[in-house]
Ligand binder design. Structure first.
Ligand code: SF4
Length: 755
């Protein structure tokens, strides 16, 4: 696939996937996601386990060269062989040699050597099947999904569920075409029974069984296989030769390190407390070779005497992993245990599946890290922008990988690999960011500098709004910076929030208006994010009224952009600069004991998450611990004695549907809003959709408009029956207002007192 297709081509390809694979993937991925959430909820020590698992991975990758030596010693002492393959060709050649030798000594009577395989993304990564087939080897996948994919001659669309994009009917059709069976495939059970018989025979006859490994215990040479079908253990113990192919990152120091992973992996992948089979083999396994055709065919399993004449080869694959380990930003990818939870939690993955949101081998949010690390960053260029940084995968990942950050870093690197554009001088003149001459595309610099654009549009409103709505301008915007002409544009307000606040007397007047004397003794500085300041001014005004009514004087200074928009475009240098500028401006307020109140959840997420990577530790900590999402802040005020009667309250059980912003949920800030709504007499119903699909600039872009609307429609469907709907993010409100065709205000606009 081309690495930089036109917007139109990308839009067309994604539209096709939406209509074909997405229809099937969405319910399956969402169900797995819901099951994962339920399984996590049941685990009292979830966070301890995640932290423990993360720490083990960090240590293992840190000690990787030493662990490779340790496992070599252990496997060789056990009677097996370890081969560290530099790359795909090296690994494939080694495995082909092993098959060659095994076939020469084999017990099968077929003409060509045969191999059975269990599911392994690592062997997908190196195209092992193709390599062996070129050598004249018959290769049979034995995992049901992988086998279907092999029959269909397709690539996996999900790390855990490779055939997730295929319907049962399509699978039945594929198998009928391939095998012309005597039986009818009417149910899933018919299909699996056929597969079991067919593959069982292949396993019994195979010369070599190839498995992957979920974990490799270095000090004992133990291979752990986590499956639901039991085929992996059959592949490992039935043929006389077993080859396990695993990335070097699968090594963990010792058996006791396995525990948190066994507790987490099935929960995160499928929501099961534990998978059907957790097989721990220390090969060459002393488990008996099955003799189905021998004299004891009625009792093929005989007691083992502990001896084994079986062969075992552990192929440890590097293929770029050592370089990833040395790359401070990509290193974290190596902690991945390939559970697929980040895919299931991702609204865009749910819409287009892994053939849209994925690269040569890996799919979903973490695919960017894997593909960029293993195949080069161009391999991630085509799908990297499908990560909107919504962060819903962050809660899902059992090893706490900051997947959105990896996507941001790779986006930044991809941007910088391009030649400076023709219009760069224009952007440089209008908005001096930190990307000049770096090759960042014009559209990204436009969206990444949205504060400058908004300021200009506000200063010239309503003319700017009228002009932006005209056909020729929409066409120009679509052609130059890719804003889809079907998307409603924001309506900029002539009077910004900051100007309104100043026109109403500024901080001094606020102090007078606030009911000082309620003993709360708090003061707040309201962060006027770009959208609140220039577009959704009403929610800013409602916030000021609310805080003053609760006795908190406010100031609304003119402040720099947070850098959130720049980050979303992969403009890290600009975000870094903006973070420092903003912190510099806010430091005096924090020193003076003022609380920083934020309305837009994505800006608060920048303060509490991304700034950790951009600011000195002490500055980050000060800002993080002194900033609050508006409803979180109101909740705190009410808990500390503020008068709820000062707010706009309802009769006691007025229903209200509430969609909280994705990043707000990642920050665990949905609950304070629902609590405040309840205190004010509402009965809030929260939505289940992970994200509205708008995600800042994402929903404006021509290539992603349909994907964005697809996600939005799922959310809108949830809310259709609700009379009153509120949403905490600007993007969420914009998307919902378009789809529901009615106003969707911020909760603070409902709670704030009229004045
Ligand atoms: S990044 Fe995390 S959630 Fe995604 S596949 Fe890897 S371990 Fe699972």
């Amino acid at each position: 696939m081309a690495s930089d297709p036109s917007r139109g081509e990308t839009a067309e390809r994604l539209r096709h996937l939406l209509e074909t694979e997405g229809e099937i993937v969405r319910p399956r991925a969402s169900e797995d996601n819901a099951r994962r959430e339920a399984a996590y909820d049941e685990l009292a020590d979830l966070e301890t386990l995640r932290t423990e698992a993360r720490a083990i991975k960090e240590e293992a990758i840190e000690r990787l060269p030493e662990l490779i030596q340790t496992v070599r010693t252990a496997v060789e002492e056990n009677g097996g062989t370890v081969y560290v393959a530099d790359d795909a060709a090296d690994a494939n050649a080694y495995v082909a040699d092993v098959v060659d030798v095994a076939e020469a000594d084999g017990r099968s009577d077929h003409d060509r050597p045969s191999v059975v395989k269990s599911k392994s993304m690592t062997t997908e990564e190196i195209d092992l099947n193709d390599a062996l087939e070129r050598e004249g080897v018959d290769v049979y996948e034995t995992d049901l999904g992988e086998w279907v994919i092999q029959v269909a001659d397709e690539s996996p669309s999900h790390i855990v569920g490779p055939a997730m994009h295929l319907s049962r009917e399509r699978i039945a059709e594929l198998l009928r075409e391939e095998f012309d069976p005597d039986v009818e495939f009417e149910t899933a059970a018919d299909l699996t029974a056929f597969a079991r018989d067919y593959l069982g025979e292949r396993i019994r006859e195979a010369d070599v069984g190839i498995t992957g490994a979920n974990f490799v215990v270095a000090d004992s040479g133990t291979i752990t296989l986590v499956t639901n079908e039991g085929n992996a253990r059959k592949c490992a113990v039935t043929p006389d030769t077993h080859v396990a192919v695993a990335g070097i990152e699968k090594l963990i120091p010792s058996m006791e390190d396995l525990e948190p992973f066994v507790n987490l992996i099935a929960r995160s992948a499928t929501g099961q407390p534990i998978s059907q089979y957790v097989t721990m083999l220390t090969p060459p396994t002393p488990s008996p070779t099955l003799e189905f055709d021998g004299p004891d065919a009625d009792e093929p399993i005989t007691a083992s005497d502990g001896e084994s004449d079986r062969e075992f080869h552990l192929v440890l694959l590097d293929n770029g992993r050592t370089a990833m380990r040395e790359d401070d930003q990509l290193r974290e990818t190596l902690y991945c245990i390939r559970c697929g939870a980040c895919s299931n939690a991702c609204v865009n993955f749910q819409s287009v599946g892994g053939h849209g949101f994925g690269g040569e081998t890996y799919s979903g949010g973490i695919a960017t890290g894997w593909e960029a690390g293993l195949h080069g960053q161009d391999a991630a260029a085509e799908f990297n922008d499908l990560c909107t940084g919504c962060t819903r995968c962050v809660d899902a990942c059992p090893v706490e990988i900051d997947i959105p950050w990896i996507n941001t870093v790779v986006r930044d690197r991809i941007n910088r690999g391009k030649d400076p554009g023709t219009y760069d001088f224009l952007v440089d003149g209008l908005t001096p960011d930190a990307e000049s001459g770096s090759g960042v595309p014009l559209d990204k610099r436009f969206f990444g500098n949205v504060g400058t654009v908004a300021k200009l549009a506000s200063a010239t409103a309503p003319l700017s709004n009228w002009l932006a709505g005209t056909g020729p301008v929409r066409a120009l915007l679509e052609r130059t910076i890719g804003i889809d002409r079907r998307r409603d544009l924001p309506v900029f307000q002539r009077q910004s929030l900051v100007d309104w606040f100043e026109a109403n007397g500024g901080a001094e007047a606020s102090r007078r208006r606030a009911r000082v004397g309620t003993a709360l003794e708090r003061e707040a500085v309201l962060y006027p994010d770009v959208y609140t300041n220039y577009v959704d001014v009403a929610r800013g005004k409602a916030t000021v009224r609310t805080l003053e009514a609760l006795g908190v004087p406010v100031s609304v200074p003119s402040l720099p952009e947070s850098g959130r928009a720049a980050l979303s475009q992969g403009m890290i240098a600009t975000a870094d600069r903006r973070a420092s500028e903003l912190y510099g401006e806010l430091a005096a307020d924090i020193d003076a004991g003022r609380d920083v109140v934020v309305i837009e959840p994505s800006d608060l997420a920048a303060f509490r998450r991304e700034y950790e990577r951009l600011l000195p530790e002490a500055s980050f900590e000060r800002l993080r611990s002194n900033s609050y999402e508006i409803c979180e802040y109101v909740y705190g005020l009410l808990e500390n004695g503020a008068d709820v009667g000062a707010l706009s309250t309802a009769d006691g059980d007025e229903p209200i549907a509430y969609h909280s912003h994705c990043q707000q949920r990642t920050l665990d800030l949905e609950a304070p809003t629902t609590a405040v709504l309840e205190r004010c007499g509402y009965t809030p119903e929260t939505t289940g959709s992970e994200c509205c699909g708008m995600a800042g600039s994402f929903g404006y872009k021509r290539e992603y408009y349909d994907v964005s609307v697809d996600a939005g429609e799922q959310l809108a469907e949830e809310l259709e029956g609700s009379e009153r709907v509120v949403a905490s993010g600007t993007s969420c409100s914009d998307q919902l207002e378009t789809l529901l065709e009615r106003p969707v205000p911020h909760p603070i606009e409902v709670l704030g007192p009229d004045r």
